[in-house]
Design a protein around this ligand. Structure first.
Ligand SMILES: Cc1cc2nc3c(=O)[nH]c(=O)nc-3n(C[C@H](O)[C@H](O)[C@H](O)COP(=O)(O)OP(=O)(O)OC[C@H]3O[C@@H](n4cnc5c(N)ncnc54)[C@H](O)[C@@H]3O)c2cc1C
Length: 349
């Protein structure tokens, strides 16, 4: 078995789509499962090891003092469960977007609304990725992990992954404990389009399709995404930078009294999710820059690196936006990407 590729004092800027300058003490490329038990250990504590997939949800505000494991495990397998149901098991290092396209080619349905989300399959359960009315939880069957503390593999059923809005046990309560090696999805041979999401429904109404077919739906979603979000290959960014805050029904009522246009969604548990981008936009921050760190000029929820942004500039911009939203609306914005080097003080806002 080939030993994993290892480099010291490794440059991380090109491994994160926000492209801030940063280095890792050690970088290890994992491309075979058998390498896991023998992965050269730089530091024993799990917190000193960081897994990186496509780096589209990781922003380096500082160097990483320990080991970065670059997940490059590949492979896809299918298993027919019934005439309609197919299990697709995918290694964590496969590209998410390519997986969605491959499923469309195979006439396997369930993932089409999630097309064009950047990153790799292994990161998808981390924050229960979602878009256009579908989230990973809708199709996830199980996650296979390597448990660093037990030095063993385990399979975790979807119901035990703690999936919630942009969250999971992997991202919060057990951060750092597992490396996700594979993800299993339960897909269908029958196309059951999910068309209820407002902007998708509007786009479909503009060009009515009596019976939208899978490829037409995927093409519509790609068009919407390209219109809305900057391509990280051209303008460095990490997608939506803040989660939409979730507040109590009482707080929502008083906010909506004052701001009747504030877009909001009622959740099953009675709480209310508010549009973070709307609040930032209302406060006039769209297009604002601190050095090369800026708020995107068309989409207030997306922060961008115009070229040579420093970690200090981005940290200052995050602070200014959070303070402004907190003062005006009384809610604390929580960053969606993992911010490496963001202190506990800053997290509290
Ligand atoms: C332009 C743009 C649009 C986006 N649109 C969306 C969207 O519509 N919906 C959405 O939900 N997200 C969206 N995102 C965010 C991002 O693409 C997703 O969160 C994606 O799943 C991240 O994948 P990645 O491989 O790049 O993750 P990375 O940034 O490499 O990792 C993200 C986190 O997961 C951990 N991790 C990664 N792989 C593993 C593994 N194998 N085992 C254990 N931990 C791991 C990392 O340590 C890190 O904490 C968008 C991002 C961009 C830049």
């Amino acid at each position: 078995m080939p030993r994993p590729e290892v480099s010291e004092h490794a440059d991380l800027a090109g491994l994160s789509t926000f492209r801030l300058p940063a280095r890792a003490a050690q970088l290890v490329v994992l491309d075979q499962l058998e390498q896991l038990p023998e992965l050269p250990i730089r530091a024993g504590a799990p917190g000193d090891r960081l897994i990186l997939g496509g780096g589209s949800n990781t922003v380096f505000l500082d160097d990483w003092p320990g080991q970065v494991v670059l997940n490059r495990l590949r492979g896809v397998a299918t298993e027919t469960l019934s005439p309609d149901r197919v299990r697709v098991r995918v290694a964590a290092g496969e590209s998410w977007h390519r997986l969605v396209r491959w499923c469309l080619d195979q006439k396997l349905y369930g993932l089409e609304n999630l097309i064009l989300i950047p990153g790799l399959v292994g990161a998808a359960p981390m924050q229960n990725i979602g878009a256009y009315g579908v989230e990973l939880a809708d199709v996830l069957e199980s996650v296979t992990v390597w448990d660093w503390s037990r030095q063993a593999s385990a399979e975790i059923p979807a119901a035990e992954c703690g999936l919630a809005y942009r969250d999971s046990r992997f991202k919060s309560s057990e951060r750092g404990r597992f490396l996700i090696t594979a993800v299993a999805f339960r897909l269908s041979r029958t196309f059951r389009p999910v068309l209820g999401y407002r902007s998708l429904a509007d786009a479909l109404a503009e060009r009515p399709l009596s019976d939208p077919r899978p490829r037409q739906l995927a093409a519509t979603i790609m068009r919407l995404r390209r219109r809305r979000l900057p391509d990280p290959a051209r303008l460095a960014n990490a997608g939506s930078f803040f989660k939409n805050p979730v507040v109590s029904p009482d707080q929502a009522r008083s906010l909506l009294c004052e701001h009747p246009d504030l877009p909001h969604w009622r959740l099953a548990d009675g709480r209310v999710k508010l549009a973070a981008g709307w609040m930032i936009e209302q406060l006039g921050w769209r297009g604002h820059r601190i050095g090369d760190a800026g708020v995107h000029e068309h989409h207030a929820l997306v922060l961008v690196n115009h070229g040579r942004a420093s970690a200090g500039q981005l940290a200052e911009l995050i602070g200014v936006l959070r303070q402004s939203v907190r003062t005006a609306f009384g809610v604390v914005l929580e960053p969606e990407p993992q911010l490496i080097g963001w202190s506990e003080n800053e997290k509290r806002g």
